[in-house]
Design a protein around this ligand. Structure first.
Ligand code: AP5
Ligand code: MG
Length: 222
């Protein structure tokens, strides 16, 4: 399966992608994680991307599209993938469709995780992540067993630079219109599945899996 997780910053894309990709045997590809890794490595791409990320803006399409298309061409993506944070613009969605079509492939479903904007600020400003394994925590709703330390590998947790309140506001402003435009693009293609992203993460995972079971059974009947 080739899937896309769509949703505003803080909707839970990363949290859900980790669980779903493992359950479904798909490769989890997060363009945000790729940019953060490049920035931590101090590459030219990372330095350029960091300027946009710190301002809560989108990294330009000419940088992002090439990076993602190269990633999905690697052998480990051939059995299927779950995209988290891509596409974020219509040109990104079109470029993805064109490349998949040339390979006789297509996106199977787009899962749009919907959360009221009023909840997103608290989710993002309370987030802590493990730079080593990517585990995602929240100081109130899903705290680690020991404050500031990853449950899985004992690494010190960090907060993302773009999770400061001012930057979160800028990210929401940047993403609001694009997210709706992308929802329209995939709705017209008959691929959009809207899922309620409120409640505890486990029940959201169940909703997403139920939605995917429907996609799979429709595919088998076709
Ligand atoms: P990216 O890393 O993709 O950030 P984002 O879209 O802003 O999304 P987040 O990662 O902040 O949120 P999420 O939905 O993954 O939520 P999470 O599961 O962590 O992109 C960062 C930047 O990179 C962009 O701003 C841009 O500059 C650049 N970029 C990336 N891709 C790009 C592209 N394609 N084009 C151009 N630029 C691009 O959850 C958030 C918090 O909520 C956590 O603390 C979690 O524990 C908590 N939480 C999760 N689920 C629940 C729940 N059900 N109830 C309560 N709390 C919950
Ligand atoms: Mg994320």
């Amino acid at each position: 399966m080739r899937l896309i997780l769509l949703g505003l910053p803080g909707a839970g894309k990363g949290t859900q992608a980790k669980v779903l990709a493992e359950r479904l045997g798909l490769l989890h590809i997060s363009t945000g994680d790729m940019f953060r890794q490049a920035s931590a490595e101090g590459t030219e791409l990372g330095r350029r991307a960091q300027e946009f990320m710190s301002a809560g803006k989108l990294v330009p399409d000419e940088v992002t599209i090439g990076m993602l298309l190269e990633r999905i061409s690697k052998p480990d993506a051939s059995l299927g993938f779950m995209l988290d944070g891509f596409p974020r613009t219509i040109p990104q969605a079109e470029a993805l469709d064109q490349v998949l079509e040339a390979r006789d492939e297509a996106i199977d479903a787009v899962l749009y995780i919907q959360v009221p904007e009023a909840d997103l600020m608290a989710r993002l400003t309370g987030r802590w992540t493990c730079a080593q394994c990517g585990a995602i925590y929240h100081e109130q709703t899903s705290p680690p067993k020991q404050a500031g330390v990853c449950d899985l590998d004992g690494t010190a947790l960090t907060q993302r630079e773009d999770d400061r309140p001012d930057t979160v506001r800028a990210r929401l402003d940047t993403n609001r219109e694009w997210t709706e435009a992308l929802a329209g693009y995939y709705r017209r293609a008959g691929k959009l599945h809207e899922v309620d992203g409120t409640g505890d993460p486990t029940s959201i995972t169940t909703r997403l899996l139920d939605e995917l079971a429907g996609v799979q059974s429709a595919r088998e009947k076709a």
